[in-house]
Design a protein around this ligand. Structure first.
Ligand code: ADP
Ligand code: ASP
Ligand code: MG
Length: 474
């Protein structure tokens, strides 16, 4: 049994959905020959739909009702074109049309009340932003039926039970596992392909939640682990996980194999190809996660496993990634030296702000602590720190709490870096040769990652320089 997740671009147009149907049909046939047959499908919203839902809801909260009215009709056409071209049966087509229309009516009602209230809560936003998958999944199920497969739409709100951290919910695994087994196993055993909404879940009481942007990858891994599938396939628009973002590095190369740890580092530090939490559910049962290209399905893609079958002989650095829109916060002062607890108070304060610290670096002289947080969380953090250290600032023990904008973290990743001397030197030589200024550095204890902070304007050059220095390209 396998689970196959299709991303936004894979279900973005009539042609690509036809291609997806082709791939699923082939896998269903292949799986039929195995002793554990079964295919489960998870889909994202059609490309750009989630953004358009969110942007229109935000506009509505600011009193602008134009965008949701406009996008409502655009979204109707976008989905109906696919149904019109890929579903021959008139009754099926009408049913899907009605379902899409009723979702969009709900969307309009929601946006209207958001506009009236002039406010958009995280909880409200999750209802709106999950509508894209709630349209694409029933549409894809109908397209698969039109192709002769026994496919049925399932809403992940019935399967993935989460906490109520709206916008970034975490599954409660015990309940999720039993829901998945009860609802999906009988379907699979009777030869049905469940077609499930990615990205969304629901609280125990049924309130819709989402798993964070790009969360459909995570959905597939959660459901795949619950069903104990043999493989979690992530079908996207590139040939797998590459040595760098192909939009930045033209000669980036597909990595045939990676470990869960390496992928977790890459995804956390901005490699958009996988949601950062994707591998978490797969690790315990050691289920391989395979990244494949919908538009080049014969390519073997990237296989992500617990331990490499072919330990790397091709060097130690595997890939380079970057996470943008960051801010570097520095707490500095000579009076900090030897004063215990400054670091603890700093990070305690940051934690109370619920800000996400992506990197920390402290100089050994203890004269400064610097760390990186996302731009949109930085203002709150700085003002909380100013309050926390009011006395120390007054007495001059801490001279300033600074924040620097336009920061990018570049992460150099590879588990083989461990114990290999000279990697950091090569990284810095490469940057030096291109006159790129490194603002801060950190190396994880895992030694699978060296992170450097550079200015936004230098980030792409830094990635290309390191990629070249380690000869990672084709
Ligand atoms: P999907 O809609 O299928 O989930 P995403 O757009 O979320 O696809 O992720 C795929 C994209 O991630 C690729 O088109 C590529 O531009 C980008 N990307 C960034 N870094 C990497 C990387 N290291 N390897 C592969 N793709 C990457
Ligand atoms: N549609 C959602 C998003 O755009 C989830 C996903 O595509 O994985 O974030
Ligand atoms: Mg994605």
């Amino acid at each position: 049994m396998i689970i196959m997740k299709f991303g936004g671009t894979s279900v973005g147009t009539t042609d690509s959905i036809a291609q997806v149907a082709e791939i699923v049909a082939q896998k269903v046939a292949e799986q039929g020959q195995t002793n554990r047959p079964g295919v489960v499908v998870v889909t994202s919203a059609m490309s750009s739909v989630t953004n358009s839902l969110i942007d229109s809801a935000l506009a509505a909260a600011n009193g602008d009702e134009g965008p949701y009215r406009e996008s409502r009709s655009q979204l109707l056409v976008k989905h109906q074109v696919v149904a019109g071209q890929l579903i021959d049966d008139g009754v099926e087509r009408a049913n899907v049309g009605r379902l899409i229309d009723s979702r969009l009516q709900e969307y309009e009602r929601l946006c209207r009340s958001i506009a009236v209230l002039g406010e958009l809560t995280h909880r409200g936003l999750d209802v709106v932003s999950g509508l894209g998958e709630r349209m694409s999944a029933p549409l894809l199920a109908a397209v698969l039926r039109a192709k002769g497969l026994h496919a049925e739409f399932v809403d992940a709100g019935e399967l993935i039970i989460t906490d109520s951290e709206f916008g970034n919910a975490t599954p409660i695994m015990e309940q999720t596992v039993s829901r998945c087994l009860n609802r999906l196993m009988p379907m699979v055993q009777s030869g049905v392909v469940p077609v499930i909404t990615g990205f969304v879940g629901a609280t125990e009481t049924g309130v819709p939640t989402t798993l964070g942007r790009g969360g459909s990858d995570y959905s597939a891994a959660i459901i795949g682990a619950a069903l104990d599938v043999d493989e979690i396939q992530i079908w996207t628009d590139v040939d797998g996980v590459l040595t760098a973002d192909p939009r930045i590095v033209k000669n980036a190369r597909t990595l045939p194999e990676l470990t869960y740890d390496e992928v977790a580092e890459l995804a956390y530090y901005g490699a958009k190809v996988l949601h950062p939490k994707t591998v978490t559910p797969a690790v315990e049962k050691k289920i391989p996660v395979v990244v494949l290209n919908t538009f080049n399905p014969s390519h073997p893609g990237t296989r992500i496993v617990d331990a490499l079958e072919r330990p790397s002989t091709e060097g130690t650095v595997k890939a380079i990634t970057a996470i943008r829109n960051m801010r570097l916060i520095t707490v500095a002062g000579r009076g900090m030296m030897g004063v215990p607890g400054i670091a603890a108070r700093t990070f305690g304060t940051v934690a109370r702000q619920r800000a996400n610290v992506l990197m920390i670096s402290q100089s050994s002289s203890e004269q400064s602590i610097c760390f990186v947080v996302p731009d949109n969380e930085a203002v709150g953090v700085v003002s909380a720190l100013n309050q926390e250290f009011e006395q120390e600032l007054g007495r001059g023990y801490i001279e300033k709490i600074d924040s620097q904008q336009d920061i990018v973290i570049v992460a150099v990743v590879g588990s083989g870096m461990k114990g290999t001397p000279g990697i950091a030197a090569r990284v810095f030589n490469a940057l030096g040769a291109h006159e790129i200024n490194v603002i801060a550095i950190a190396q994880g204890a895992s030694e699978a990652n060296i992170s450097l902070v550079v200015l936004t304007g230098d980030a792409d050059n830094a990635i290309r320089a390191i990629h070249d220095a380690f000869e990672l390209g084709e």
